[in-house]
Design a protein. Structure first.
Lengths: 115, 112
């Protein structure tokens, strides 16, 4: 029944490692997003994909690489992890081609801690 | 540069009281103004949304007031309950935007 799911929920790793976070939505939406929420709870859009095509890339370091194998999945791969990457990462999805005015459904988040 | 400014950063209200959160924006092209509610350890979820053709929208104890000329909108939580304790985010977008611009969030604590 889960609408937007993410794995893993927690990720603890050392600086310099490479890690991936997976996201899946079963809502039939055509657009998926990755957000970063920092320790002050500020939500910042990172990427958005519509029908597997990148439509938003918000000046994110190229160590972050999203991949959308199909409309229902959007994964986030992070290379050479840095301390500043520690945050909660949320996946979300919506209808409407990613345009404004549509509800975004968020996943439960992945708390990434870089030591 | 934050396109939506939200205040206060946090507020504490007694059970049964009214919580008021304010947001202001500059982009007059914004035409969709949602509020998201986030509980600790969970993802944000849409609470209520408004478009600028109306000045107020009410859903249960939650009301959005919208002032187009002042470019401001606010969330009122009436008869606040401990279960309303959460972080609330205002947001805005245009029909042609591919993204939501979020405010910085307000942490609401309702004391029993």
């Amino acid at each position: 029944d889960t609408a937007v799911s993410q794995t893993p929920k927690y990720l603890v790793t050392q600086m310099g490692n490479d890690k991936s976070i997976k996201c899946e939505q079963n809502l039939g939406h055509d657009t998926m997003y990755w957000y970063k929420q920092d320790s002050k709870k500020f939500l910042k859009i990172m990427f958005s994909y519509n029908n597997k095509e990148l439509i938003i890339n918000e000046t994110v370091p190229n160590r972050f690489s999203p991949k959308s194998p199909d409309k229902a999945h959007l994964n986030l791969h992070i290379n050479s992890l840095e301390l500043g990457d520690s945050a909660v990462y949320f996946c979300a999805s919506s209808q409407g081609g990613g345009r404004g005015g549509y509800e975004q459904f968020f996943g439960p988040g992945t708390r990434l801690t870089v030591l | 540069q934050q396109q939506v400014k939200q205040s206060p950063q946090s507020l504490i209200v007694q059970k049964g009281g009214i919580s008021i959160i304010n947001c202001a924006y500059e982009n007059t092209a914004f035409d969709y103004f949602p509020w998201y509610q986030q509980f600790p350890g969970k993802g944000p979820a849409l609470l209520i949304a408004i478009r600028p053709d109306v000045s107020e929208k009410k859903e249960g104890r939650f009301t959005i007031s919208f002032n187009k000329s002042a470019k401001q909108f606010s969330l009122h939580i009436m008869d606040s309950q401990p279960g309303d304790s959460a972080t609330y985010f205002c947001a805005a977008s245009t029909a042609n935007d591919y993204k939501l611009s979020f405010g910085a969030g307000t942490t609401v604590t309702v004391r029993a």
